[in-house]
Every structure is written in C-alpha cells, then in structure tokens.
Design a protein around this ligand. Structure first.
Ligand code: RO9
Length: 274
C-alpha cells in the first residue's frame, strides 16, 4: 500500500523525540487517527542511525500485539522519512511515572504482565528489545501500555554496540562486566530490564541509579536495596528478575504466573478465592 503526505491531515505536534517530531494525524479518506513520526534524513545520516531506523521499520512492521505500538507503514520525500504509527492516547509512560512518583502495586503488576506478554511475542520471533525503559513506553486510551521505539531491537543473537546506548540504568551485568561478555545471552537481557522497570514502577527510581561508574559497579554485583514499603511478593519477583546469571532469571511465562501478578491482575481468581 503506497502512502504519501497528502493522504494525511496533520494535527498538533505531540512532542519531540531525539531524532524527530511526532504529530497527531488523520488519514483523509478513512478518518483514521494515527501518529506521524517525522525523521530528517540529514539528522539520521549525521547521527549514523540509518541502520537503526531501517531496523525499527523492518521489525515493527511485522509485529502485531496489543502491547506493542503498531507501525502501519512508512514513506519518504527528499528530506524526510515518515513513520505512520499507532496513536496511543495517553502519551508517555514516564511522564505518568514522574507525576505520580511511583505506581500503586496493582497498576505496576498490570504493566509488568503486559510487558511480559509483549516480550514473549518478541522473543518468540527471536527479537530482543534491548532498550526497555519508561521513556520507550506509551499508554493507550484504555491505560494499556504500548512498547515503542524499536530502534535498538535486534534479531538475536546480535553483535552488541553499547556506544550509543542512552542511560546505563537498564543494562544487565553481562553487558557491563567484561568477564560476563561470553554469557551475553540475548533474550535474557530483556528479563533483567523488566526487573529494573518493575523496580522503577514501584520505587520511583531505578535500582542502581548512581554516578555512571558506580551504576556499572552496582549492576555488576546486583547491588540494590528494596525499600520496606514494597510488598514481599513484589520483592520476591524483583529478586527473581535481577539475577546476575542470565540462565537463572525467571522465565516470562513464570512472571505471568507469579503470585504478585496473579493477586493483582486476575480479578476472577480473587473473586473465586473470596
Ligand atoms: C516528547 O514528548 C512526546 C514525544 C512524542 C509523542 C508524545 C505523545 N505521544 C502520544 N501518543 C503517541 C505517540 C506515538 C508515536 N504514538 N502515539 C500522546 C501524547 C499525549 C500527550 C502528550 C504527548 C504525547 C510526546
């Protein structure tokens, strides 16, 4: 299906990402609402992220999952590349997290199980996201989360390039500790990142947040403290995700069966037990 700019009515600018702007847009013919992400070719060339952009398009076009932001198509003109993306009505998750400081356990559990479901979809296709963090998650109109920004995802196993990574907070031990590079298992890096994300949802800051050098040291030793206001069940799941040995991290299917998730997510279970 061929797309071009004239097919869309451009609405308000939703915001600016690192490499482009995002606009609300409506496809004239059908009235379909979407988000148009505009990337400037010269910025992409300068940022040497052409490969990431093509990978984002390639990967996201073939993914269909309620918790993964859909890429409907793309087109370009002489200066710009346009990504036609699903519109997530409630915007960026990290803005909600900063505003609320931290999420109630019930909301955090729903987000964690939705992330686990999306990651299982990715891993089944041997895709790892590699850049899971609140900044790369959007919220749909029903409060469901939408994983986005696949610029960093790769087909496992992958050659690693840490040079352009953003924050260190979400890197797993096998990527910060040279002695563990050989165990650079791919899919399992997303399990670690899910643990960091869950901690940040519940505590309001990342578990190893520190100066860059200290963050790497603390990650390499899984050196974190979980505040006492975090429930024992949540503490248990965090400690099963933030495990140094990638092989020993709890599998995604078991994350979704964990008592903390069952307690908060499967209301019919709760009604049964009451
Ligand atoms: C930097 O702030 C940015 C950047 C990009 C998008 C938003 C934003 N996005 C969306 N939804 C989206 C975005 C995409 C690609 N699909 N659906 C909704 C919003 C609502 C309020 C404020 C901001 C919003 C912000």
């Amino acid at each position: 299906k061929q797309f071009h700019l004239g097919m869309f009515e451009i609405g308000r600018a939703l915001g600016k990402g690192k490499f482009g702007r995002v606009y609300l847009a409506r496809e004239r013919q059908s009235g379909f609402i979407c988000a148009l992400k505009v990337l400037f070719k010269n910025e992409i060339q300068q940022g040497r992220i052409e490969k990431q952009v093509t990978r984002e398009i390639e990967i996201q076009t073939h993914l269909r999952h309620p918790n993964i932001l859909q890429l409907y198509g793309h087109f370009h003109d002489s200066k710009r590349i346009f990504l036609i993306l699903e519109f997530a009505g409630k915007g960026e998750l990290y803005k909600h997290l900063r505003k609320e400081n931290r999420f109630p356990e019930r909301k955090a559990a729903q987000y964690v199980t939705q992330m686990a479901s999306a990651l299982r979809h990715l891993h089944r296709k041997h895709i790892i996201h590699r850049d899971i963090k609140p900044e790369n998650i959007l919220v749909g109109i029903y409060g469901e989360i939408k994983m986005s920004d696949f610029g960093w995802s790769v087909h496992a196993p992958s050659g690693r390039r840490l040079t352009q990574c953003g924050t260190l907070d979400y890197l797993p031990p096998e990527m910060v500790d040279p002695r563990r590079y050989d165990k650079c298992y791919d899919e399992k890096v997303d399990l670690w990142a899910l643990g960091v994300l869950m901690y940040e949802f519940l505590v309001g800051e990342a578990p190893f947040e520190d100066t860059p050098v200290m963050t790497q040291r603390r990650i390499a030793k899984a050196d974190m403290t979980i505040p006492s206001f975090v429930s024992p069940e949540a503490r248990d799941l965090i400690s099963k995700l933030l495990v140094l040995d990638p092989d020993k991290r709890i599998p995604l299917v078991d994350v979704q069966q964990h008592p903390w998730v069952i307690k908060h997510c499967c209301k019919d279970e709760k009604e049964k037990s009451e």
